[in-house]
Write a protein that binds this ligand. Structure first.
Ligand code: ZN
Length: 273
């Protein structure tokens, strides 16, 4: 567990009581959860400080209730109507640092991010011209699927009854891989990441042990699944693919997600071999 936490080891951390948590709340979930809460908290902390100083709010002279009141009445602060959501994020971060036992469940984290935090980030990055030059939300738009991933997650989590954790998991993985997509990097013109990936795929093309698809993130024919076989009494019975990975952008899918095509996305049936 300690190695999994990595950077956050320096903070006090107590493993949650596994008797009361579902089995799939593994160390990877906890690591991702901590990263999510800490990085977003840090972003809002810096952004609010920067904005409040511009609005003339004095941190040395004003106490917290006064600062809160000034934020609420100042419509120029883009987060003025979301101050309760940011405070929730702050509490979650403090619970991790000072106590280390409180975690949001998987679905609750999806809801907080999809309903509150992502819409606020979309609003900040699309309206605040000070950030436009440095950070581009367009990285998270999938032109081949005609998809704005952040808005799609916000739409999916809007209604409890229609919410599909699998669909949101697919979208989150799309967002992660989009951020890492080396084809968006200025270094691609020197290193030709696309050609390198296609060369690797060429080595296995024609080998019936693999299935190769066009990746929904980088649009290269570099999403590869390896066929596996179950056998009984020495005879092979079922051939299947349980996971696939893109040799270019690192996009990964497992069959637990089920078929994204059946969720309404214009992609092949990945597990149909
Ligand atoms: Zn890819």
């Amino acid at each position: 567990m300690k190695n999994d936490i990595g950077f956050f080891e320096k903070f006090k951390f107590t493993e949650p009581d596994i008797d009361t948590m579902p089995l799939d709340y593994n160390s990877q979930y906890i690591k991702n959860y901590i990263n999510t809460i800490f990085h977003l908290h840090h972003f809002f902390e810096l952004y609010m400080k920067f904005t409040l100083e511009e609005l003339g709010i004095n941190f040395k002279n004003d106490n917290m209730p006064q600062i809160r009141k000034k934020i609420k009445i100042n419509s120029n602060a883009r987060f003025s109507s979301s101050i309760d959501d940011i405070e929730k994020l702050n509490n979650l971060r403090n619970n991790l640092v000072h106590n280390g036992k409180d975690f949001l469940r998987y679905e609750s984290l999806d809801m907080l991010m999809g309903r509150k935090i992502l819409p606020l980030l979309i609003s900040i990055f699309s309206e605040d011209k000070r950030l436009n030059n440095n950070i581009r939300l367009s990285k998270f738009n999938q032109s081949s699927l005609n998809l704005n991933i952040f808005k799609e997650i916000a739409k999916e989590t809007k209604n409890n009854r229609n919410y599909s954790p699998r669909k949101v998991a697919f979208l989150k993985e799309m967002a992660r891989a989009s951020y890492q997509n080396p084809l968006n990097s200025p270094w691609n013109k020197f290193y030709n990441y696309d050609k390198q990936a296609l060369l690797k795929v060429k080595e296995i093309k024609g080998d019936h042990s693999y299935k190769i698809y066009i990746c929904p993130v980088c649009d290269l024919e570099s999403l590869v699944g390896s066929k596996e076989q179950d056998f009984e009494e020495g005879e092979y019975h079922i051939t299947y693919i349980s996971e696939m990975k893109c040799y270019c952008c690192s996009f990964e899918l497992t069959s637990h997600i089920s078929e994204p095509q059946k969720m309404g996305y214009n992609v092949p049936l990945y597990w149909d071999i």
